[in-house]
Design a protein around this ligand. Structure first.
Ligand code: 5FU
Length: 277
């Protein structure tokens, strides 16, 4: 059997064991978009304005809800209304990293009640497999999906080598709730011993660190182009933040729309080249 990334998104949507992954793949197919925009702004008005502008071009909106300075629970209702209006899923980039009992509380409770509105969230593997057990106890009954942080885009990341291999093994042991990875490449064969072969699991790879112009920022972020990420590295979804919305201090909503369209086209063309060639 070929690696999942060589099959179409439509085929993978029909066969995925995780409900959130199926919804995401179906949205990708309907909208012909493998673009996720990361909306890292601190004002609720800017947050909603950017999402309304990029909504038609994305399959997934990625949030860091705890950076919004004027957060109120009403913001979540507005976000959900935009998700309905524009047909996209929501990924809260919470990067959980504690023991199972604590992450279950952080996921379900507190100010943000992430599990109640985010289709997808993610976790570091530092605490070991109990972090998946804790999050799954909340998320699985709600049809949510979890991404494991197997690699990071930042310069000098420690998520390499045996750490990444262990993350891949943890995913393989939990294929119902773990729907994929935050990573920079495919993970099917990572961490397999010489006697093992890749199974039938289809883990989606969502890749941050994507930019068409810049190669990085002053704080260690590193960018690759959509073509490098989707075609050469076989990732499934590109995650783009500042490449789409620029500087939040000078928001130009028409330009945000233009950039979202540009990244969507670049990501989709790279996918078509991948599955058709
Ligand atoms: F896990 C990761 C990672 O390895 N790199 C990242 O950049 C997550 N991110 C997030 O993607 C980061 O927290 C930002 O929210 C976003 C990238 O934003 P940018 O503006 O495209 O650099």
């Amino acid at each position: 059997m070929s690696s999942p990334h060589l099959r179409t998104y439509a085929y993978r949507a029909q066969n995925h064991p995780n409900a959130a992954a199926r919804l995401l793949l179906e949205t990708v197919v309907r909208k012909k978009s493998n673009l996720s925009v990361s909306v890292d702004v601190t004002s609720a008005d800017d947050f909603l304005a950017i999402i309304d502008a990029v909504g038609p071009y994305v399959c997934l909106i990625k949030t860091h809800i705890d950076i919004i300075e004027d957060f109120t629970p009403g913001l979540i209702q507005k976000l959900q209304a935009l998700s309905q209006k524009h047909d996209f899923l929501i990924f809260e980039d919470r990067k959980f990293a504690d023991i199972g009992n604590t992450v279950a509380l952080q996921y379900s409770s507190g100010v943000y009640k992430i599990a109640s509105w985010a289709h997808i969230t993610n976790a570091h593997t530092v605490p070991g497999p109990s972090i998946i057990t804790g999050l799954a106890s909340v998320g699985l009954p709600l049809g949510r999906g979890l991404l494991l942080l197997a690699e990071m885009s930042s310069n000098g990341s420690l998520a390499t080598g045996s750490y990444t291999e262990e993350a891949a093994r943890m995913a393989r042991a939990n294929p119902n709730f773990v729907m994929g990875f935050i990573a920079q490449r495919r993970m099917e064969t990572v961490g397999l011993t010489t006697c093992e072969t890749a199974g039938e699991d289809d883990f989606l790879v969502l890749a941050p660190g994507v930019g068409l112009e810049s190669k990085g920022d002053a704080m260690g972020q590193q960018y690759r182009t959509p073509r490098e990420v989707i075609l050469k590295s076989g990732c499934d979804i590109i995650i783009v933040g500042r490449g789409v919305y620029g500087s939040p201090k000078n928001l130009d909503i028409q330009e945000v729309r233009n950039q979202a369209g540009r990244y969507r086209t670049a990501g989709w063309e790279a996918y078509e080249e991948r599955v058709l060639s």
